[in-house]
Design a protein around this ligand. Structure first.
Ligand SMILES: C[S@@+](CC[C@H](N)C(=O)[O-])C[C@H]1O[C@@H](n2cnc3c(N)ncnc32)[C@H](O)[C@@H]1O
Length: 328
């Protein structure tokens, strides 16, 4: 458990009830998270020594999105080259979906296992004039024909669906975005191949995820104390076996993806978990936690283990980007 699901090996079978557990965790905890942290359920990106107030942390979460786009070299200035179709895989309540739809005027589809998240995210999109209902355009098949103009609002639609069996046709999305959902996927190869399948030819794939450290050439697995630490985190957050950054690179190479790049952003996210713990220890945090449910409370109890994992160099906050071959 919680060791390397190497790219070349068959994945361990998904723990029974994993999908239901993930859905239940986010059904239960998303309202609490949103009330304290807003609509992004991901780490912030910081310069060293940065961050003091909650506003700084929220800015850091937006910065995470911008850093990921810049790392993947998604065109910043040329509207013609910017993505017009986006899929947000493991979308939470759609914070990234709405951000990307607004930034690019793009059509964005999000998928999550949590019905509560999909419903809440669609309500937020409607309230912001980004939904099918709010614009009267509900036809996904018109995606490729949308005439993009700078300043035009995009559209966002979230649904419950499994990232490992995405309900989208092949070759559809200019930008395939997975912000902190990969760690939940029991079969990393299937996960990346689905991302590649739905990407349009020349489309960009961005995966930002939790990995364990790369193994040394002399190692065949993590050390027992490392496995045991990850197991406690996995049990609380409904995570299957982890893999390393090099496992992701091997998978991407084996799928003939191009321009594969990766970086370790563990130092850039260091202030995040201490801030989450601090927010949980406020009066609002404690009272909300006590009324939220056991899954959320158990998740809060293992937060210090995430800090420990980063400090030991065991947990690596990783970005992997690549491009599907073909015309851009
Ligand atoms: C930590 S949240 C990240 C949410 C969002 N990306 C963000 O940055 O705000 C993890 C998300 O992954 C989703 N997820 C986990 N496993 C999934 C799967 N197999 N298929 C679809 N979504 C999944 C969860 O439902 C949840 O929405």
């Amino acid at each position: 458990m919680a060791s390397s699901a190497a790219a070349s090996q068959a994945p361990a079978p998904a723990p029974p009830g994993l999908k239901e557990g993930i859905a239940g965790l986010y059904d239960e905890s998303s309202g609490l998270w949103e009330s304290i942290w807003g609509d992004h359920m991901h780490h912030g990106f910081y310069d060293s020594g940065e961050a003091a107030s909650m506003a700084d942390h929220r800015r850091a979460q937006i910065r995470m999105i911008e850093e990921a786009l810049a790392f993947a070299a998604v065109p910043a200035d040329d509207p013609e080259k910017q993505p017009k179709t986006v899929v947000d895989v493991g979308c939470g309540i759609g914070g990234s979906s709405r951000y990307l739809a607004k930034k690019y005027g793009a059509q964005c589809k999000g998928i999550t296992l949590s019905p509560v998240q999909a419903e809440r995210g669609n309500a937020l999109a409607a309230a912001q004039g980004l939904s099918d209902q709010s614009t009267g355009n509900s036809n996904i098949n018109r995606y490729r024909n949308v005439c993009f103009q700078p300043g035009v609002m995009g559209q966002v639609s979230l649904q419950v669906a499994d990232a490992l069996e995405q309900p989208f046709p092949d070759g559809h999305f200019d930008l395939v975005w997975s912000m902190e959902s990969g760690e939940h996927m029991p079969d990393k190869r299937k996960f990346v191949s689905e991302l590649a399948r739905v990407a349009a030819p020349g489309g960009t794939i961005i995966i930002v995820t939790w990995c364990h450290r790369n193994l040394e050439p002399s190692e065949t697995s993590l050390k027992p104390d490392e496995v045991s630490l990850l197991k406690r985190i996995c049990d609380a957050y409904y995570l299957p076996d982890w893999c390393s950054p090099s496992d992701y690179v091997s998978i991407a190479k084996s799928l003939s993806l191009e321009d594969i790049k990766t970086a370790d952003w563990s130092e850039n996210v260091a202030p995040f978990w201490p801030a989450v713990i601090k927010s949980a220890l406020t009066w609002k945090g404690i009272t909300s936690l006590l009324t939220s449910g056991w899954k959320t409370i158990r998740g809060a109890m293992v937060m210090p283990l995430m800090i420990q994992g980063y400090k030991k160099g065991l947990i690596k906050f990783t970005i992997i980007t690549c491009r599907k071959p073909g015309a851009a």
